[in-house]
Design a protein around this ligand. Structure first.
Ligand code: GDP
Length: 297
């Protein structure tokens, strides 16, 4: 099974799925359009959260960073007058330094990710969607800015006029993603932001064509018609679709099974489940329901 993931909703689900599905049968393809170079290192937020979740070291309150991490380096940097866009924890920074060093030595992002997952003892395959540079850019009344500048730097406040995935036309799906698309028939689109997390993966040249004929199950990231966290609603409106499950479905396109929350007002064909994952038990419960759905379909 291939799971398509961003950095919050789907990692919550992975926390449950890893208890039920053998690592060799659960591969994760991760959005990289939120990646950004900062202070000489490549921060890849969604890859980091997926990797930390699978290694069992993630901060599951914030779904960002490593649990119990310290912030000595970012605090010292601040005292030196350097305000980072994304304040990293010390261990999280170590991961970013190592990833970037591997890239500087000539490895691809896939190669660097493979080395990091092995070093952390992860048995699942974790693959960036592409080894090429793709950036989600947000058009605001004051100009176009990178997603992280919008979401972290400007706290998601500017009006969003439009957005696009810079570099997507020339990007190739990573070799590992292509191999998985050749070998796997089951796709699980996790409950991640359809515009900024799943959209870029599906928009890579050739991906939608290669998904044809596969069994695709998607879980909506909306609970009670609203995002649990993050800017999905604002982006969906800017993307020209309604900020509800009709909009999620419109962005995802052809899927076989659309799982929405019981509180959704979606009226199309769907399966209704309790999709809010506050705790590890919630994640396990939803993962169990989905595995059952997949094995029955
Ligand atoms: P990002 O890369 O950090 O933006 O993270 P994702 O795209 O993976 O996740 C953000 C989306 O996850 C938001 O649209 C949330 O509504 C959704 N989400 C977060 N927690 C949950 C949850 O418990 N259940 C569901 N169904 N969606 C969730």
């Amino acid at each position: 099974m291939i799971v398509l993931s961003g950095g919050t909703g789907t990692p919550k689900l992975l926390r449950g799925l890893t208890n039920l599905v053998e690592p060799s049968r659960l591969s994760v393809v991760v959005n990289t359009a939120e990646d950004i170079w900062a202070l000489g290192n490549l921060i890849s937020p969604d890859l980091d959260t997926v990797v930390y979740t699978l290694a069992g070291i993630g901060n599951e309150e914030k779904w960002w960073g490593i649990k119990g991490d310290t912030h000595h380096t970012s605090q010292f940097l601040r005292s030196l007058g350097c305000q980072e866009l994304m304040a990293l924890g010390d261990k999280g920074r170590a991961i970013n330094i190592l990833r970037s060093e591997l890239l500087r030595q000539g490895r691809s992002l896939s190669g660097a990710t493979d080395a990091l997952t092995k070093a952390l003892g992860i048995k699942n395959t974790v693959i960036p969607m592409t080894d090429d540079r793709v950036s989600t850019m947000i058009k605001t009344p004051e100009g176009e800015i990178h997603f992280q500048e919008f979401w972290v730097g400007r706290k998601g406040q500017p009006k969003v006029l439009a957005l696009h995935y810079q570099g997507i036309e020339d990007a190739k799906p990573s070799p590992g993603f292509l191999e998985l698309l050749d070998s796997e028939d089951e796709i699980l689109i996790g409950p991640s932001n359809p515009v900024t997390s799943i959209g870029p993966i599906l928009s890579l040249p050739g991906v939608r064509e290669r998904l044809k004929g596969k069994r695709i199950l998607a879980v909506s990231p909306l609970v009670g018609n609203k995002p649990v966290s993050g800017p999905a609603a604002k982006f969906m409106t800017a993307f020209g679709v309604p900020a509800n499950d009709d909009g999620v479905k419109a962005i995802l396109g052809d899927i076989d099974t659309f799982v929405v929350d019981r509180g959704s007002s979606y009226e199309g064909e769907c399966v209704r489940l309790d999709t809010l994952m506050r705790t590890g038990e919630d994640s396990l419960r939803l993962a169990r329901d989905l595995v059952e759905l997949i094995s029955c379909s």
